[in-house]
Ligand binder design. Structure first.
Ligand SMILES: [Zn+2]
Length: 237
């Protein structure tokens, strides 16, 4: 019952979002049928936020090997070129690489974005915590993140968001807007790192699926708003 209620709430904000099961069936089907990818020889990498709530989202694709974890706070691929290179070296022979990436955002059954009820907690909490913290800091126009080795990922996340500040602070829904901005940053970096590491892959194809993971209540399916699905031919890069 509650799952169906979430269907409606999620559709209002993200009309194209699909639940976890539909997402995995749809994209595994596309890989297999339209792109001739043998899904039993696919290694997955993820670039999603470290948040524990995202662990079930990456099991969307639990028939695949992996995941190789590229992501850190906010979903940025903090493992960088070295991480992408290592991932490239781990692909099964005659196999395919698959990268699932994007930020996440919670939604409550009252339709509030950026919040969610976490396991065994009475009150709502932020989701994505890293992005919502960045938002609260960047709402002060004088705020400048200071890179620190003890808070490296959060500071780098805020530094990456800073040039796009105007896109989200004045938006009608800043929580949703900062998540969209984070998606753009992650998407750019994933493409950049794949290109930089193209000669490290022993296979020809890398499948990419990027979008926004939408977290609902604990125990209920997450949703995924796909923004990019492509099979990159590494020889053409
Ligand atoms: Zn997060």
């Amino acid at each position: 019952m509650l799952q169906r209620k979430f269907d409606k709430i999620v559709q209002e904000h993200y009309p194209n979002a699909m639940d976890a099961k539909d997402t995995s069936i749809h994209y595994l089907g596309l890989m297999q049928n339209d792109h001739n990818i043998n899904v039993s020889r696919v290694l997955m990498a993820t670039s999603v936020c470290s948040d524990d709530i995202n662990v079930p989202s990456t099991t969307f694709f639990n028939v695949l090997f992996g995941p190789f974890i590229l992501g850190g706070l906010g979903g940025l691929p903090f493992a960088g070129i070295t991480g992408m290179t290592a991932f490239a070296h781990h692909i099964p022979d005659e196999g395919t690489a698959f990268i699932f990436y994007g930020p996440h955002i919670g939604v409550t059954h009252d339709g509030e974005l950026g919040k969610m009820y976490r396991p065994r907690q009475e009150e709502t909490g932020n989701s994505c915590g890293a992005l919502m913290l960045a938002l609260s800091r960047l709402q002060d126009e004088n705020y400048k993140p200071t890179i620190s080795e003890n808070d490296y990922q959060q500071m780098k996340l805020e530094e990456s968001l800073l040039p796009y500040r105007n896109e989200f602070v004045d938006s009608e829904n800043p929580q949703k807007a900062i998540t969209d901005t984070a998606y753009k940053i992650i998407d750019q970096k994933v493409h950049e790192y794949v290109k930089a590491c193209k000669n490290e892959f022993s296979v020809d194809k890398v499948a990419l699926l990027g979008g926004v993971v939408i977290n609902t209540d604990y125990g209920l399916d997450d949703y995924f708003d796909a923004r990019n699905f492509q099979v990159v031919d590494l020889k053409s890069l």
